[in-house]
Design a protein around this ligand. Sequence first.
Ligand code: CP
Length: 312
Amino acid sequence: MEFKHRHLLGIQHLDVSDIVTILDTAESLAEISKREVKKVPTLRGKIIVNLFFEPSTRTRSSFELAAKRLSADIINFSQQTSSVVKGEALKDTVLNLEAMNPDALIIRHSCSGASYFVSTFCRSHVVNAGDGSHEHPTQALLDAFTIRQQKKSFKNLKVVIVGDILHSRVARSNVFLLQKVGAQVTLVGPPPLLPVEFKNFGVEISYDLDRALEAADVIMVLRIQKERQKTNFFPSTREYRSLYCLTEQRYRLANKDAIIMHPGPINRGVEISSEMADSVKSVILKQVENGISIRMAVLYLLLGGKERETAD
Ligand code: CP
C-alpha cells in the first residue's frame, strides 16, 4: 500500500484514501499481535525515538510495542530524566538525538505545533503523538479503527463527543477524521469548554448532553484537562458530573447498541461512571489494543513501504 506523506503530523491534511490506507494496513497487521511469536522482521535495522515531553501511558507504550513487533530498535526519551531539566531547548534536543541517526521521531509535546516545528529541520520521519491542544492523529485513527470494527461503516453514524472540547487534541483530530469519512459529529460540553467557533468545523454543538445523546451510535467521553486549564471553566466537579457525566440513565437515551469510547486516562465518577466504563458497551480497552495495530501501520507506511512484501 502506498502512503504519500513523509510525516504524520495531523489528520487535517490527510485525505480519505490516506485514512483508509492506514486503517486497512492496521487491519492486515493486527494478526501479528495474535501470533505466539508477536514479531516480524519488517523494520529490522530501523531506529525509532519515542520523544515524550509530556506523560503518557497508552501512546508511548503502544508505539514501543508497535516498533518492537516490527523489529525496529526503539529509544525511550522522557523529559524528566533528560538534559531538558538542565535547560536544553527542543531544537537542540532533537538535533542531538538526530546525530545518532534515527529513522523516525515520535514526539509528544505540550506546545501546539511542536511536531510541525521539528519536521521543518529534521531528517527523520516525524509522528505527532499529541501536540498541546492541537492534534493527536494516531488516537483518532485508532478510534476510527475501533468504530469501523464495531459499526462496519461511518456513513451517517451519529458520534457524540462530550467533555473538555476546548483543550482536547483528541476531539480536534476526531472531528477532522470523522467528518472526512461521512459521520455526523455532535460536540457537547459546558459553554466555556465548547466555544461557539467550533461550529466552523462543520459539526453540531450542544450544551445539553441528554438531548444530544438521542439516536447516538457512538459516545466518546473526554477527560477534563486540568493541566491545560489556566482558570476554572466550571463552578465545581459536582456540577460538571451532574450535567455531563455519562451514567447508565443517560446511556439509555442513546441508540440501543451505542458504543462507549474514551481515549484515557479516565476519571471514574467525573466524566463517566464506573458502571459505564466497565459495561459491555464500553470499547475503551479495545481502543488501547487497536492502538498497537494503528501505530504498527503508521510506522510501516512511513518507514517500511513496499519492503514488507519481501521482508516477512
Ligand atoms: N490516549 C492517550 O493519549 O493516552 P496517554 O496520554 O496515556 O498516552
